[in-house]
Write a protein that binds this ligand. Structure first.
Ligand code: 5GP
Length: 125
């Protein structure tokens, strides 16, 4: 079920639990601003989730309320992960689902990083 991205942050969400080390993940990258790990149900040969360390439900509240340092750190982390995975030359796709229409299921901001194949047109018509 997609979430309501306007609700307050829920500390029991699955990515909050991964950040606290209560649940395992296949970690790809971590720094003070971001954690990246493999999606449990990959939709592509490479499917990594990059999440900020802070308590942000979605792209909406992150861009509205995160500090400039958090935003810069998170965006740089996404670029670093893509480069570390060797995806710059072949190319890759980033996706952030927001709320109901975006079909966001986990209420902690995450950017999907897809790679390893040709993705074709951007959205189904
Ligand atoms: P959304 O639809 O919210 O943009 O994407 C949520 C993503 O989180 C899905 O691709 C789903 O497979 C992934 N996911 C859900 N639970 C877990 C988990 O416990 N571990 C990992 N690594 N990924 C998860």
């Amino acid at each position: 079920m997609p979430i309501d991205a306007t609700l307050p942050y829920d500390d029991s969400n699955i990515f909050a639990r991964i950040l606290r080390g209560e649940l395992p993940c296949r970690k790809v990258f971590e720094d003070e601003f971001a954690l990246a790990f493999h999606d449990i149900n990959p939709q592509a040969p490479v499917h990594v989730l990059v999440i900020p360390k802070g308590r942000y439900v979605s792209w909406a509240d992150f861009t509205a309320t995160a500090s400039d340092a958090e935003i810069a750190g998170f965006v740089r982390a996404i670029g670093t992960v893509a480069a570390d995975l060797g995806l710059v030359a072949p190319g890759y796709r980033l996706l952030a689902n927001v709320g109901q229409h975006g079909h966001q299921e986990v209420p902690h901001l995450h950017v999907h990083l897809f790679g390893g194949r040709q993705f074709g047109a951007m959205l189904p018509r």
